[in-house]
Design a protein around this ligand. Sequence first.
Ligand code: GTP
Ligand code: MG
Length: 249
Amino acid sequence: MTDSTPRTAPHPNPELLAFARDMRREFSRLHMEHEFAVDEVLTKVSILQREFLHLHQYNPIEHVTSRVKSLDSILHKVTKRGIDWTPQAIRTHLTDIAGVRITCSFIADTYRILDTLTSQTDVKVREIKDYIANPKPNGYKSLHAIIDIPVFLSTGPVPVTVEVQIRTIAMDFWASLEHKIYYKYNGAVPDHLIADLCDAADAAEQLDRRMEQLHTEVRGNGDTTPPDSTEELEEELVLRLWKQSQQES
Ligand code: GTP
Ligand code: MG
């Protein structure tokens, strides 16, 4: 005997559907807020960079990169760490959804940028880790700051967490190589490579210190402003305008 009743798709549970819709809305909001927070930090860094260049004719920042963790990678970390699957718990416990990495020319610049950024009144510092003064056992060096920054939405300001990493070019070069090696060996890096990486981290530090010494020797310790050829021109112009205004009065 054949069953002639037409087959229909199983009826989706409306509660489940509503739950899935809510989750999707919440997570895309979470993602968007972190994108805005990254934009805020990038604007702050760009202002610092341009102001520094204007005041001292010197740019302490070589380059800046940023990323917001993908939804997949957020869920992977949440599951791995046993964090509740609620946006609130994720906001509190996952502090690296938004990341900004600032690569500086010299070690002194890394501290200068960290201090300037974290002392801004709208920035709330949650945690600072100084892996330059206290490197990780593998040789990793960097300054890490976990900050909360307000993002102004139509409903009002929302504090959003951003992980800021600040390091020199040499430290950045080392970290990207170490990262590749770590992934290639799935975390089980052979001993001889670990030792080589430690040596390379020391060599990178020596290079940083020598380059900084050279830089200080050439520029001096103070923030000396090199002569600007347009300054003379401006002085002449101001003098002319002043004389004119004297004649007129
Ligand atoms: P997470 O589990 O990712 O938070 O790492 P963690 O808690 O061991 O380190 P921490 O919070 O101090 O640093 C977070 C981020 O710094 C990482 O996601 C990396 O981007 C970077 N980092 C930390 N340690 C290392 C390291 O040994 N090598 C490299 N290449 N990067 C590191
Ligand atoms: Mg961490």
